[in-house]
Design a protein around this ligand. Structure first.
Ligand code: SAM
Length: 392
């Protein structure tokens, strides 16, 4: 059964997620309004939930229709074959948003849509005395209205896909895992090509970036340690997640030795990061240390540094952060041919860091507008060519 699947993506990560989809074999994946659309069956749903690194969730698009009134919304929702998707005990949760539409009160619209679903289930039930207990599997129904066009979706993921299952300890200002994975995929870190090229995060906090980098290097499916809502639905064919998990295990590479360096000045951060890495099954592939990022050095000629240093949001921290960025910039510039990528909300970052970025991209980190600043070292090939020239 082929279905239309929608993958909501954070602003700025659309192209990266499309590239991830392409690598997974989904060549046609148009993006619209923060959602990428692909065609797929139940096995695709399992695969996408399991393998996607930067998508936020996987939704089944059940219908799209025009509605300007609650009656039109009710009729559009009632017309769908809910009895094929839900059961009398389904726990139906409503989610949604409305943008530039006459049905602006989204809570009320969700209430109307839920009434239409229950009415449909009641009308199709064998017994007219059927009760709806909502004690069974969770089904999150999305009602999203944009310019009076309604999309009705079923959320196959449940918890957002950033919840990989490895990050259980609290830490201040951690990066969302889906964002961290997207940042890594936008860099020149390519462990399949050069597994020895180091990856470093000298402000690693709870470890999100190095853990995601290790998972990428080892081809570990990000969703392998968690469950998804669709597995508990009666309409889901048996064994699809198990089949996708078998594929995922077969792809893992544990016999490689990536060089992944994770450090932070705070010893508590390092013990949290180590714990998370262990839960993710990648602790033995990451070299952790308590260290000051301003002292970061490497004997490796090439490497990839990806980090989100402190933003210094509290009052009085600005001068401190300015000095930190200055000293860190100096340490980074000493690494001649490394590529550096910094995510920060500091408006003066480049000036404080002491270098204008080769590329800048606007991204959001927990609703904070940030810049993702890329600094490119000379690529190894160019270097070798130069060396060759000298030798002639
Ligand atoms: C925004 S947090 C990084 C969060 C991390 N990406 C995560 O996902 O958990 C910034 C980190 O920089 C660390 N830090 C502050 N000053 C530092 C310094 N001079 N050297 C190394 N780490 C430092 C803090 O301890 C904090 O963990």
């Amino acid at each position: 059964m082929s279905m239309k699947l929608l993958i909501p993506v954070a602003s700025g990560l659309e192209q990266i997620t499309k590239r991830q989809l392409f690598t997974l074999g989904y060549e046609k994946a148009p993006a619209d309004n923060g959602r990428i659309e692909v065609e797929g069956d139940w096995l695709d749903i399992a695969r996408l939930n399991l393998f996607l690194r930067s998508g936020e969730r996987v939704l089944i698009l059940l219908a799209r229709f025009h509605a300007e009134t609650f009656d039109e919304l009710f009729d559009g929702v009632y017309a769908l074959p809910w009895e094929e998707w839900l059961t009398a005990d389904s726990q139906i949760l409503m989610d949604g948003k409305s943008v530039q539409s006459k049905l602006a009160a989204i809570k009320a619209a969700g209430g109307v849509a839920k009434k239409a679903i229950i009415r449909r289930l009641a009308d199709k039930a064998k017994s007219k005395r059927q009760t709806f207990t909502e004690t069974g599997a969770r089904s999150i129904v999305g009602v999203s209205i944009f310019k009076d066009e309604v999309s009705i979706t079923l959320d196959t993921s449940g918890e957002g896909l950033h919840k990989r299952g490895y990050r259980s300890l609290a830490y201040s200002a951690p990066l969302k895992e889906t964002l961290a994975a997207g940042l890594i995929d936008s860099t020149f870190y390519n462990p399949d090509k050069d597994v020895q090229k180091p990856f470093a995060d000298p402000f690693c906090g709870s470890g999100t970036l190095p853990i995601e980098a290790a998972m990428k290097a080892l081809h570990i499916a990000p969703g392998k340690n968690r469950d998804f809502d669709f597995t508990a639905w009666r309409c889901t064919p048996n064994g699809v997640l198990a089949q996708a998990k078998d594929e995922a295990f077969a792809l893992e590479k544990h016999d490689i030795k990536p060089v992944i360096l994770a450090s932070d000045i705070n010893p508590q951060a390092i013990s949290i990061a180590k714990y998370h890495a262990k839960k993710a099954g990648v602790d033995k592939y990451i070299r952790f240390s308590v260290a000051d990022a301003t002292q970061f050095k490497s004997t490796d000629k090439y490497g990839v540094l990806v980090s989100n240093p402190p933003y210094g949001e509290r009052l009085g921290e600005e001068k401190e952060v300015q000095a930190l960025m200055g000293a860190f910039g100096k340490a980074f510039r000493a690494l001649e041919d490394w590529n550096g990528y910094i995510l920060t909300s500091l408006p003066e970052f480049e000036r404080w860091f002491g270098k204008t970025a080769d590329k800048k991209k606007k991204l959001f980190n927990a609703n904070l507008v940030c810049g993702f600043y890329s600094y490119f070292g000379k690529p190894p090939k160019l270097q070798d060519e130069k060396k060759g020239e000298k030798n002639v």
